[in-house]
Design a protein around this ligand. Structure first.
Ligand SMILES: [Zn+2]
Length: 127
């Protein structure tokens, strides 16, 4: 871990690799958590994993390349959008009352606990 940061992956260029052959370097733009596994853009599996941790370069001043992906903190609006999609996807199997849907959406924005705790990781792309 780099001195002065809470998370070992703070400001690192992180190597992700998939068994299909896809490989990608994703920059962690902040001192925050990052998920170990992602959906792979090449094969669609949930198998794009953070690998070769010791080769991750600490790069607090990294300049993003065009189309390079990077981690940043997610916003309340993004948390709400994700929660709304989840609710819609699950609606047939697990219908909720409108009050419960509103509560879940509110909680996702608040970020007190669960997937959207303050500083939750959002994977963005430098366009
Ligand atoms: Zn893959």
């Amino acid at each position: 871990m780099t001195v002065g940061h809470v998370h070992g992956e703070a400001f690192k260029l992180m190597i992700y690799a998939c068994k299909c052959g896809h490989r990608e370097v994703i920059w962690n733009s902040r001192d925050g958590v990052t998920p170990f596994g992602l959906n792979c853009p090449s094969c669609g599996g949930l198998s794009l994993n953070h690998v070769e941790w010791s080769r991750g370069v600490y790069a607090p001043k990294h300049t993003l390349h065009q189309d390079q992906r990077f981690w940043r903190d997610g916003t309340p609006d993004e948390a709400e959008a994700i929660m709304r999609r989840r609710i819609a996807r699950m609606r047939d199997q697990y219908p909720l009352s409108p009050e419960d849907e509103t509560k879940l959406i509110h909680e996702s924005r608040e970020g007190a606990e669960g997937d959207f705790r303050k500083g939750w990781p959002f994977l963005d792309r430098n366009l």
